[in-house]
Ligand binder design. Structure first.
Ligand code: PRP
Length: 212
């Protein structure tokens, strides 16, 4: 039998939706993969191996060929600009990137500070707006920054809007819509094109069914 197709799946909140779509496409990954502490799961009957990765790291595994295929958020793809093929919009985990801050606070004129875990997306956006800003990179709980007066604004993901609301913050501008994408390593695509196309087609049909 040929080598298994290695898929880097995002651990955490995207996993369930991603695994559900895979199941519809005929790939049965175990539903409890998230509960197990195992990071590599084998499905020999489907000739698949699954790597459980942090969402931000899926692109790295795929770029270096450690995984043939991966599921990654468009936010990560925009931020990291890696050498992978983005082959399909899975239309799951919809959210968007927005600029937010305390209400009724005009942006200060001189180098406003922006807290974010997306320095590139934030810099590109404010450059387009002609604003000179200072990025304060953070790894999470970004909403803290304006509350404690560390920054004027944040650039972060908004999904339900609850985190902003419960922390007394408001949205100022929407930057871009985000969904999860199927990504492929370019060399794997050359070597395992047939299997990969089969998976892409299956997933593409599953997405259509979901959207209908
Ligand atoms: C994300 C994001 C927001 C929150 C938005 O954080 O950074 O904080 O979710 O979701 P909501 O609009 O539904 O409230 P995540 O939970 O991934 O954790 P983090 O703060 O550690 O980044």
């Amino acid at each position: 039998m040929s080598k298994p197709l290695v898929i880097a799946m995002p651990k955490g909140r995207i996993y369930e939706e991603a695994a559900g779509l895979m199941k519809q496409a005929g790939y049965h990954l175990s539903a409890d993969a998230e509960e197990s502490r195992k990071l590599i799961l084998d499905f020999p009957e489907q000739n698949i191996q699954v790597m459980m990765a942090k969402p931000m790291d899926v692109v790295t595994y795929v770029e270096y060929g450690a995984a043939d295929i991966g599921i990654a958020g468009k936010d990560v793809l925009l931020e990291q600009d890696r050498d992978v093929y983005e082959v399909l919009d899975l239309k799951i985990s919809p959210c968007y990137v927005a600029v937010a801050g305390l209400p009724n606070q005009p942006l200060s004129r001189i180098a406003p500070k922006i807290a974010t875990k997306y320095p590139k997306i934030a810099s590109d956006y404010f450059r387009q707006q002609g604003e000179q800003i200072e990025i304060i990179p953070l790894n999470g709980s970004i909403e803290l920054a304006p509350i404690i007066g560390l920054t004027d604004r944040i650039v972060d993901i908004v999904s339900t809007g609850r985190t902003l609301k419960e922390n007394g913050l408001v949205e100022y501008e929407k930057i871009t819509d985000i969904t999860s994408r199927l990504i492929v390593n370019p060399v794997s695509y050359r070597l395992k094109g047939e299997e990969i196309d089969e998976m892409v087609n299956g997933l593409s049909k599953a997405v259509e069914v979901e959207q209908a």
